[in-house]
Ligand binder design. Structure first.
Ligand SMILES: *Cc1c(COP(=O)(O)O)cnc(C)c1O
Length: 385
């Protein structure tokens, strides 16, 4: 494999629920869930049935055709995002591609009230993560990721995640504002209080597209279908991926209102996007989330998980950030890598998002038994440090 990643932590061969096994027979409690992807955990019977049933029916067609699972998923995404009848859905295969589509959408928002087409700026947040393709990387607020690949696609400026910065920068020269509602890759970092509400106001006033990247936070993870729903606002577009397919590669960009009219025929596409295999699987993920009340579970288990971390009462832990089942544990010292290694040793998968943050993103199906195991294993890892 290409040397773009660190050496693998283990070779995993099998999974069941919140557990995975490596090729040495070791069992691990999975509190990373493929980075917020395995919404239903591993080998969920409904997913097994959806994938095998759809493969046996119709796995792929070209974008010259529609399929029932694709139409159904588009309708459901319009509904759960709040986009409603004026919504449109573009299907792709990853989070980066959903943001790439959003970047192109932003370029289509040219006209300002003077009608001179000089709306050229795109704003994104420092420390945000939007993906690894050229466009999504240009949006990503981490200079060390962008610099080896410069020049970037033009027009993107990174601003601080403060209301003051919004008030200073948003005007009719701006085409779009990209926001990650909880910065997952940065170590699960929340926005300031009232940020999204103020962003919505200012974007509406200046004709700026508010584009929310819910690739990590979306599909129930924070205790709502989408994190922006905790704030009572709607975006102009939302990027979705990770948890939507429960493990099959799927991404989507949903547009709202007049933003749905910006792309015209032939302006974007994807060969695999929306194919019946992945959309049928995503429909099943949504079915199980709805049927088993997993959004409420994410909210309740997230609260329990915070209580467990507090009860561990480690001097190393300074705070818990995030919402629902996307939590970041702030550490007093830059030992996140050593702590995640100790956790692995104790049979627990957590993620060192950076040197002083541990990220937790267990499957949405997590229950009492797994939380108890987490407490025991994470406690052992903290003691081993
Ligand atoms: C993971 C992630 C992406 C990129 O998704 P890929 O599927 O890896 O391309 C984009 N935005 C956010 C917020 C993410 O967490």
């Amino acid at each position: 494999m290409m040397r773009t990643l660190a050496a693998p932590l283990a070779v995993l061969v099998r999974g069941d629920g919140c557990w995975v096994w490596d090729d040495q027979g070791n069992r691990y409690l999975d509190f990373l869930a493929g980075i917020a992807v395995n919404s239903l955990g591993h080998a969920h019977p409904a997913m097994v049935a959806a994938v095998s049933g759809q493969v046996a029916t119709l796995a792929h067609v070209s974008n010259y055709f529609a399929t029932p699972p694709e139409i159904e998923l588009a309708e459901r995404l319009k509904h759960i995002t709040g986009a409603g009848d004026r919504g449109r859905v573009f299907f792709c295969n990853s989070g980066a591609e959903a943001n790439e589509a959003a970047f192109k959408l932003a370029r289509r928002n040219r006209a300002n009230s003077h009608g001179d087409g000089s709306r050229t700026r795109i704003l994104a947040l420092r420390n945000s993560f939007h993906g690894r393709t050229m466009g999504s990387m240009a949006l990503t607020g981490k200079p060390q990721m962008r610099e080896p690949f410069e020049p970037m696609p033009g027009g993107v400026e990174h601003i601080d995640s403060t209301i003051e910065a919004l008030e200073k920068e948003l005007d009719e020269t701006v085409a779009a504002l990209f926001v990650e509602p909880v910065k997952g890759e940065a170590g699960v970092v929340d926005l300031p209080y009232g940020y999204l509400e103020r962003a919505r106001d200012l974007c509406t006033r200046h004709g700026v597209l508010l584009i929310i990247d819910e690739v990590q936070t979306g599909i129930g993870r924070t205790g709502a279908w989408f994190a922006y729903q905790h704030h009572g606002i709607l975006p102009d577009a939302v990027a979705i991926a990770k948890g939507l397919g429960g493990g099959v590669p799927i991404g989507a960009l949903v547009t709202f209102g007049t933003a749905s009219d910006l792309f015209t025929r032939g302006q974007h596409g994807s060969t695999f996007g929306g194919n019946p295999l992945v959309t049928a699987t995503a429909n099943t993920v949504l079915d199980v989330i709805e049927g088993d009340d997993l959004i409420a579970n994410a909210a309740a288990r997230g609260q329990q998980l915070r209580e467990i971390v507090a009860r561990l009462d480690s001097p190393l832990i300074t705070e818990v950030r995030g919402r629902g089942l996307l939590l970041g544990i702030g550490l007093a010292e830059p030992v996140a890598l050593a702590l995640s290694a100790a956790a692995l040793e104790a049979g627990l998968i957590v993620n060192a998002a950076n040197e002083s943050s541990i990220r937790l993103a267990p499957p949405l199906i997590v229950g009492d038994a797994e939380l108890e195991e987490f407490e025991r294993r994470f406690g052992r890892a903290l003691a081993a440090l």
